[in-house]
Write a protein that binds this ligand. Structure first.
Ligand SMILES: Cc1cc2nc3c(=O)[nH]c(=O)nc-3n(C[C@H](O)[C@H](O)[C@H](O)COP(=O)(O)OP(=O)(O)OC[C@H]3O[C@@H](n4cnc5c(N)ncnc54)[C@H](O)[C@@H]3O)c2cc1C
Length: 541
């Protein structure tokens, strides 16, 4: 970004990506001389990363993150993160015929993971070894990639990144299959990582599925005081550095003139002039509605087509349960960071196909639900969160608007179904321990984020929308940036850094997708805080 003057960098959205964008800017610029302003429509920052209280129980929307200490250090933020003890994932394979489960614990370290896979299928020792070596190499190569590669960079990639080249059009499942691993339990175990990629292994780009696996091998973490602590600390730090944060500020238009951005308009009519905007909201809304499809199309038809055809990730349902003190969660084997109760054998892919049609096709014979017990890691009153993934927006939003009573009835019926499954296979008598319950549907997520599909993880990382095939971050409108995939907190923090790196000609990550030294901390000037504190957000209903 060469000429900037005193016009601010405007960031639309105060979630993880928006906060990371603004903080990265303020860490590399004097934010008093070159201001940055975050516009957030909600009364609190954090977006999907938030916490809420019900009758003394603390619940988080988000459930775990890989190690994000590199980002916290870069921002100069001190936040106590608790490493989840035990396995990163525990798979519970339910057999509806015999009414039994068997479990497989997936450890959060590569050596333990290798031991697990070879114990499950000793006859596949060679393929397992080759797969894990390849996956580590792929992760290493991905870190070397340039975000906006030149022709020379592309030639360099072709010559030095064989794993990236080999997997560039593959799904994670095709990648796994290419090693000849056929064992059913191995497929279940590897498929579990796809849950964090927002697509089944049969759909997600190989590089993403593999990167999730590698990053989960560094452990799973939660902030000690609840996930809301993360955005609150980011906000505090941003304000210390001179950044400006406006909550309750809904952007309804991104203004352009002759192919370049000139400002944004808020819903109350206020105009903010700027030459540079980073939008971190649903890209279809930002480009199609805030810029306007006609405007975008008149500038770059191909980009407009890409925005139109690009698919967002699915939504989900969260069932938060506050439990009485009589329950002993620690005795139930649910201490892993993420427990997955599933009927297995392609269940996720089956449910996903139904969700693509806007339907839910779970039954007592085919279901999947993730079970997390945050209080086991961070203490406090016993809590349990059930995550039902995937779930399409379908008619949830319309139903809530048209017939609130029927909406309540249906969401409670779905919640009951999954609570019963957990009771049947994992926690005998669960229902008798429930003191508080709060259910969020795809309509909740759509309303909260402003994404009409209630998408939980931004753009869907199919191979045809990933890597070189993705929607470019530098939009065809000069000065307007749309950070890449925000598949979770870790990638969102990175996406914000990538956006500023593009704005500041490589000053942050050296033009790389991830940057060389994720451990390096950046010293930044201090200045007084300006913004009133906010309370915990209520996100249910
Ligand atoms: C239920 C749930 C559980 C999850 N669990 C995990 C997990 O365990 N681990 C993990 O890593 N990730 C998890 N994720 C995903 C993770 O939370 C997201 O990937 C990440 O928070 C996305 O951050 P973001 O800033 O890109 O988007 P968002 O969080 O959606 O933030 C966008 C912000 O923009 C604001 N906004 C929208 N439109 C406008 C507008 N017109 N004007 C002004 N502001 C606007 C919104 O209010 C919002 O605050 C979960 C997501 C959900 C929904």
């Amino acid at each position: 970004m060469s000429a900037h003057g005193s016009k601010p960098l405007v960031v639309i959205g105060g979630g993880m990506t928006g906060l990371s964008t603004a903080l990265t800017w303020a860490c590399h610029q004097d934010a008093h001389a070159r201001p940055v302003i975050v516009l957030e429509k909600q009364p609190i920052v954090g977006g999907f990363v938030t916490s809420f209280r019900r009758k003394g129980f603390l619940f988080d929307t988000t459930q775990l993150v890989p190690d994000i200490s590199w980002a916290l250090r870069r921002f100069g933020i001190d936040l106590e993160m608790v490493r989840m003890p035990g396995d990163c994932i525990r798979l519970f394979l339910a057999d509806p015929v015999s009414d039994t489960t068997r479990s497989i614990g997936i450890p959060a370290d590569l050596d333990g993971f290798r031991t697990l896979l070879t114990r499950l299928h000793p006859e596949e020792l060679g393929p397992i070894h080759r797969f894990l070596e390849s996956s580590s190499e792929l992760f290493r190569e991905v870190k070397q990639l340039k975000l906006e590669p030149s022709i020379l960079d592309l030639l360099w990639i072709a010559a030095t990144c064989p794993h990236v080249m080999q997997t560039r059009n593959q799904t994670f499942q095709q990648y796994v299959d290419s090693f000849g691993m056929r064992g059913s339990d191995i497929r279940e175990v590897l498929g579990a990582f796809a849950l964090f990629s927002a697509l089944p292994g049969e759909r997600v780009a190989a590089a993403l599925g593999s990167s999730v696996l590698q990053s989960m091998m560094r452990g799973a973490w939660r902030p000690r005081g609840g996930f809301i602590e993360l955005p609150l600390r980011m906000r505090k730090r941003l304000l210390e550095l001179g950044g400006v944060l406006r909550t309750g500020a809904l952007v309804d238009r991104i203004l352009t003139n002759r192919g370049r951005v000139t400002g944004v308009r808020l819903s109350d009519g206020e105009l903010i002039e700027t030459d540079h905007v980073v939008t971190t909201i649903d890209p279809k809304v930002a480009m199609g509605r805030l810029v306007g499809d006609d405007v975008l199309r008149s500038i770059d038809r191909t980009y407009a087509d890409k925005v139109e055809s690009m698919r967002m990730t699915m939504s989900s349902m969260s069932i938060h349960l506050g439990l009485d003190d009589r329950i002993d969660l620690s005795s139930l084997g649910l201490g892993a960071a993420y427990n997955v109760l599933t009927t297995g054998g392609g269940t996720y892919e089956w449910l996903f196909r139904a969700a693509e049609r806007g339907a839910s096709d779970f039954s007592e014979d085919c279901f999947q639900v993730s079970v997390v017990c945050p209080s086991l890691a961070i203490g406090g009153k016993p809590t349990m969160t059930l995550r039902v993934i995937p779930m399409a927006i379908g008619d949830w939003a319309e139903l809530r608007a048209r017939n609130p009573q029927e909406y309540q009835r249906r969401k409670n019926a779905v919640a009951d179904f999954f609570i019963e499954r957990v009771e049947q296979y994992l926690v005998p008598g669960l229902r008798s321990h429930i003191v508080v319950r709060d259910v969020a549907t795809p309509a909740t997520f759509a309303r909260y984020s402003g994404s009409p599909t209630g998408s939980n993880y931004d753009m869907a990382p199919y191979p045809d929308n990933f890597g070189r095939n993705r929607l470019r971050m530098r939009t065809p409108i000069r000065g307007l940036f749309q950070p890449e995939f925000s598949h979770g907190v870790w990638p969102s923090l990175l996406a914000g850094m990538q956006a500023v790196d593009a704005l500041l000609d490589g000053k942050v990550l050296g033009g790389k997708a991830m940057g060389d030294n994720m451990e390096a901390s950046i010293r930044a000037p201090r200045s007084p805080t300006r913004e009133a504190p906010t309370s915990l957000m209520r996100v249910g209903t």
